[in-house]
Design a protein around this ligand. Sequence first.
Ligand SMILES: [Zn+2]
Length: 103
Amino acid sequence: MILCECGEFVKKSTFKDYICTSVNPSTRTIGHEKCGIIFNFFDDTVSKKYSSRKELKVLAGRFAEKNNMDPEVIGRFLLEVDRLKSYGNMPDRKIILEAYKKV
Ligand SMILES: [Zn+2]
């Protein structure tokens, strides 16, 4: 599963597109139908993205919203995200997933 920048996990709602990557100027890829964000797997901006603490908070906030978390759960979720981020070696997607499992 891909964690989109809009905060949703992308399963099937994708479209195909071609983008310019470091591998090929016309690389076949997919995008998220709901928000229009196109993923670049080749330059690894998706699965291994390491955001700043601030960016990660925004992403986590969006994720919480999309998943209809209760305000109280959101609080715990964001704390957990912050805690995992402070280890300093986990990509965004993993942090969000791990935090989500805990709350
Ligand atoms: Zn999206």
